[in-house]
Design a protein around this ligand. Structure first.
Ligand code: NAD
Length: 544
């Protein structure tokens, strides 16, 4: 019988305080939301929350006895030791999948992993901050909105988007497109998973037939109706077929786990079962075929681009893999952060999120209402909170993502702690964020691609972010390597805070959320972005 984990709900404490209990529920919630929870695999093919079940059980046992003035150290998903620190320092610090530069390649990692010495933490899997598709929903919606604003007069109405991957993150794409008025065909090889997305309301239609998918999509496009069609098929094969038929989508991207050619991407010409069998029996041959298919996939994207489609990479390193497989001009396609998200990062704005530890969805609604009362002029935020309630809630504790920047993020955090204190929520709230955030990551093919000063690969910033957040008194601080760009592709930092309602927590929350966003503003100011320089000057963040 595979193990199942469900996050504890309600007022009962199993730990010595809510800060510890909150982190424990976040770990449980991450597993509850996972794609393959029985293997502790959360998302992005192999991103895990703990190294193995023994490590998981020991983390849980440690959190249950952890005092407020102690810190638990976790190394690649395995608990290592508990240290006496103080009440203002993190309860948990962790480092996941960090390899010394020259050794940061998949062969070394897979060897270490097979010997039980490491774990791939991705972003929010290893740092226990995963909240399922909801976590990426707003970012996906805003990216498509920005794409529409830049290229199609502010709407995707009457536009066709072609993409792939209905995984943990990729499943946000269909709603991201249809909420912007567009039509999307999304290819996914896994029939069972596709059906789950359909049942969850994340996609409108499902078919195995390319012609049927095209018929539905083109008809909706013609009528200017929003529609998402999941096509159970290989994205590379479908893209090439469309190219042959002379059909050019208006927007093309991909969110398979192409960063991992072995575990995250399915090669063409094989059924799902045949591919899974080949992966087991001949991994080298699997990788060869996978890389060959990725090359085909990106060549089709480039062809669409040359015929007028807006093509972008959605953070899965498909361009890097294609280049390695011989597609020399793969980087003619640009990345989504550079194209759509950077202006937000410049002002410290990024995917902040919170989780109702009580399990009561009314807590999330109460916070929504208070936020709208506090920031009535933030049109983006108000529009998003109106839509966010429509994201199907499939599993896990009730939660919300809301992009907030330097200043408002701290004000929101203190407000949430006040609501807990005043008994206006049913319980404490965990506040956290994606590692894909303003100052928390160096990933030269994604978040820091084409920085104005060429500092794309400088990883000092996320390390400073983690050090600052620990100094400021966050409850959990994590440093990760790898993530969506694969081994050697990025260094990032995660952070979590528990709003336990204690007045003493107000100051800690303010300090952490100001440093977490402030270092992002400074990172972009240092690179020469005017909005960041101006904000940093106004807030006196810059050392003159
Ligand atoms: P996942 O592994 O849960 O899902 C990937 C899906 O792609 C799977 O369902 C798989 O069956 C499908 N797939 C693989 N090869 C395919 C092919 N050739 N054709 C059609 N379907 C195929 O991964 P995820 O969590 O959804 O993340 C996807 C990628 O996006 C990862 O590389 C991840 O690092 C990246 N990512 C992007 C962002 C972002 O902000 N855009 C954030 C996190 C992760």
């Amino acid at each position: 019988m595979p193990r199942q984990v469900k996050a504890m709900r309600g007022p009962t404490l199993r730990c010595k305080g809510w800060r510890q209990e909150g982190l424990l529920r976040m770990l449980e919630n991450t597993v509850e939301n996972g794609e393959k929870p029985e293997e502790l695999v959360i998302y992005a093919a192999t991103g895990k929350a703990a190294r193995n079940w023994e490590a998981f059980d020991r983390i849980v046992a440690s959190l249950k006895v952890l005092e407020e003035d102690q810190t638990l150290a976790v190394q690649s998903g395995k608990p290592i030791g508990v240290f006496r620190t103080n009440r203002e320092t993190p309860l948990v610090v962790m480092a996941n999948a960090n390899l010394v530069g020259n050794w940061a390649n998949w062969e070394t990692f897979w060897d270490l992993e097979a010997r039980g010495l490491m774990m791939y933490g991705q972003y929010t899997a290893g740092s226990w901050a995963y909240i399922g598709t909801q976590g990426i929903m707003q970012g996906t919606f805003e990216n498509f909105a920005e794409c529409a604003r830049l290229h199609y007069g502010g709407s995707l109405k009457g536009r066709l988007v072609l993409t792939s991957g209905l995984g943990g993150m990729g499943s946000a794409q269909p709603l991201g497109v249809t909420w912007n008025g567009g039509v999307v065909i999304i290819c996914e090889v896994d029939e069972e998973k596709t059906r789950r997305r359909l049942e969850a309301g994340l996609v409108d239609r499902m078919t195995h037939d390319v012609d049927e998918a095209l018929h539905m999509a083109l008809q909706a496009k013609e009528r200017g109706e929003a529609l998402s069609v999941a096509l159970v098929a290989n994205g590379a094969e479908v893209s090439n077929l469309l190219a042959l038929k002379g059909i050019v989508p208006d927007v093309v991207t991909d969110q398979t786990s192409a960063h991992d050619a072995l575990n995250g991407y399915y090669p063409a010409g094989l059924s799902l079962q045949e591919a899974d069998e080949l992966r087991r029996t001949d991994p080298q041959e699997y990788i060869r075929r996978s890389m060959e298919t990725i090359a085909l996939h990106v060549r089709a994207m480039l062809e669409f681009q040359s015929k007028g489609a807006i093509a972008f990479e959605y953070g899965n390193n498909i361009r890097g893999q294609a280049r390695a497989a011989g597609v020399a001009d793969a980087f003619r396609i640009k990345g989504f952060v550079q194209l759509f998200a950077r202006p937000s990062f410049c002002v410290g704005r990024g995917p902040f999120r919170w989780v109702a530890l009580s399990g009561d969805p009314a807590d999330i609604e109460a916070i929504d209402r208070e936020l709208i009362r506090m920031f009535p002029d933030d049109a983006n935020m108000v529009r998003w909170l109106g839509l966010a309630g429509r994201v199907p809630h499939v599993r896990g504790l009730p939660c919300r993502t809301c992009w907030l920047g330097y200043g408002p993020r701290a004000e929101a955090g203190v407000m949430i702690n006040r609501l807990v204190r005043e008994g206006r929520l049913s319980g404490p709230v965990a506040m956290t964020r994606d590692h894909l955030d303003t100052g928390a990551v160096a990933q030269p093919t994604r978040e820091t691609e084409n920085m104005r000063d060429g500092s794309d690969a400088v990883a000092d910033w996320p390390l400073l972010n983690a050090l600052l957040n620990a100094s400021a008194g966050a409850d959990l601080v994590a440093i990760h390597q790898g993530a969506g760009s694969g081994m050697g592709g990025s260094i990032s930092a995660g952070v979590t805070l528990i709003a336990d309602g204690d007045p003493a927590s107000d100051d800690r929350i303010r300090r952490v959320l100001m440093s977490d966003t402030g270092i992002g503003v400074l990172r972009h100011a240092d690179a020469g972005y005017e909005d960041a320089v101006e904000l940093a000057r106004r807030e006196q963040l810059l050392l003159e």
